[in-house]
Design a protein around this ligand. Structure first.
Ligand SMILES: C[S@@+](CC[C@H](N)C(=O)[O-])C[C@H]1O[C@@H](n2cnc3c(N)ncnc32)[C@H](O)[C@@H]1O
Length: 220
């Protein structure tokens, strides 16, 4: 296993991505586990995670570090959250939020195994409704595939991101407007984000995730 430019993300001889497994022997979504010199690695499937796809597309830094607090909006059943949980480690904490009870049920089981995930059933569009359960965070991550995804992202940054924090956004162009070309939508999202944030990285995720882009931003 070799390190990549991305902190604590590794590749094997076939150039597949891996994180160090926080809970030895436990898989989250049927991914491959590989033991090497006393460390267990978990394959990070670039077709099942937009964050992994952004790394695969050349993003050199995702700004996740051990011990951080992360607010993850749109956690679903926890595929990407589990790798974020590996990266922040046992001293970090991931607030994993979704509004769909069906996926949260599975998310809760993943959280029980890992110990550094706080599952929250809530609507990312209404950040004030979960302020009793979330403290200020180092990273806001969002993947909600909604028409108003940019305003949801900005509201949560405003409320929860620490001044020096980073904010990571997966954008699904078709959720914003199915009739328009993704390129134009990404340009509009960029302009909207740049009003209050500095964009430090931008990747389109094709062909891994069709009509998706990934933005990494910092508070100005
Ligand atoms: C594309 S899936 C997320 C996949 C996940 N991020 C991963 O990589 O493993 C989008 C999720 O966002 C959730 N979602 C959409 N709108 C939301 C909202 N307003 N508040 C909370 N969750 C929302 C959906 O229920 C769905 O589970």
């Amino acid at each position: 296993m070799k390190p990549t430019p991305v902190f604590d993300v590794f590749i094997d001889y076939r150039k597949r991505l891996f994180t160090k497994n926080l809970v030895k022997g436990v898989q989250v979504y049927g991914e491959k586990l590989v033991a090497e010199k006393g460390t267990e690695f978990r394959e990070w499937n670039v077709r099942r995670s937009k964050l992994a796809a952004a790394i695969e597309k050349g993003c050199p830094n995702i700004f996740l570090r051990p011990g951080q607090r992360v607010l993850y909006l749109g956690c679903s059943t926890g595929t990407t959250v589990s790798h974020v949980s590996d990266l922040v480690g046992k001293n970090g904490l991931v607030f994993a939020l979704d509004f769909a009870p069906r996926v949260m049920r599975e998310m809760v089981f993943v959280a029980m195994d890992r110990g550094n995930i706080a599952p929250i059933l809530g609507d990312a569009n209404q950040p004030a409704t979960y302020q009793d359960r979330v403290s200020p965070v180092d990273i806001v991550y969002q993947d909600v595939a909604q028409r108003n995804q940019v305003s949801v992202f900005l509201k949560n940054i405003d409320m929860y991101l620490k001044p020096e924090g980073y904010a990571l956004l997966a954008v699904k162009a078709r959720s914003i407007d199915v009739t328009r070309k993704p390129k134009g939508i990404f340009a509009e999202v960029k302009a909207e984000l740049e009003r209050t944030l500095t964009i430090v990285d931008f990747r389109t995720l094709d062909p891994l995730e069709k009509d998706h882009a990934f933005f990494i931003c910092k508070k100005k």
